[in-house]
Design a protein around this ligand. Structure first.
Ligand code: S3P
Length: 172
């Protein structure tokens, strides 16, 4: 029996917005590793990268994942780079259904663009600064094989968040 569901995928794939919908369907809780890291530092992620560097962020992200993995009945929204550290694969795999939310690069760019238009203080993603599409393409090339190790892949381009959440619940 699985105790957790972890959502992985690139920025804009919908991890943070789909996780609460899945949790609602199951009566589970949500943990968002990016938010845990921000709370711990009291700073937005871009500021953590700028002040302390990516490696400090990654260490905090690893701790956030470990913390999330102590709980049962949680849906974990991860940051896009969670798959990079080999050590993260133990919690990602232990009694956890690992779900890859996949989307075309244009879809991701479009969602990120809309998100920043919606937000009062737009989320800055340091690894996507500049040409977002090119950066996402680069990250996809480097990470694809890692994301593809998920138990379930859900294509998210053409469906509403509620439908995607429903498909996840049916698939795990
Ligand atoms: C990152 C993705 C971000 C955040 C950080 C690094 C990445 O999370 O963790 O900016 O390496 O892909 P989202 O996937 O929620 O954008």
């Amino acid at each position: 029996m699985i105790k957790r569901i972890a959502l992985i995928g690139l920025s804009g794939s919908g991890k943070s917005s789909i996780a609460p919908l899945v949790a609602d369907l199951l009566g589970w809780r949500v943990v968002d590793t990016d938010r845990l890291v921000e709370e711990r530092f009291g700073l937005p992620i871009a500021e953590i990268f700028a002040r302390y560097g990516e490696s400090v962020f990654r260490a905090a992200e690893r701790e956030a994942l470990l913390q999330a993995s102590l709980a049962e009945h949680v849906v974990i929204a991860t940051g896009g780079g969670i798959v990079l550290d080999d050590r993260n694969w133990i919690p990602l795999r232990t009694e956890t259904a690992l779900v890859h939310l996949r989307a075309r690069i244009e879809t991701l760019v479009d969602r990120l663009h809309r998100q920043s238009e919606r937000e009062l203080q737009p989320t800055v993603r340091p690894l996507l600064a500049g040409d977002t599409a090119a950066k996402l393409q680069e990250l996809w090339q480097r990470r694809r094989a890692l994301y593809e190790q998920a138990d379930v892949v859900i294509d998210t381009d053409d469906e509403a968040p509620e439908e995607i959440a429903q498909r996840i619940v049916e698939a795990v």
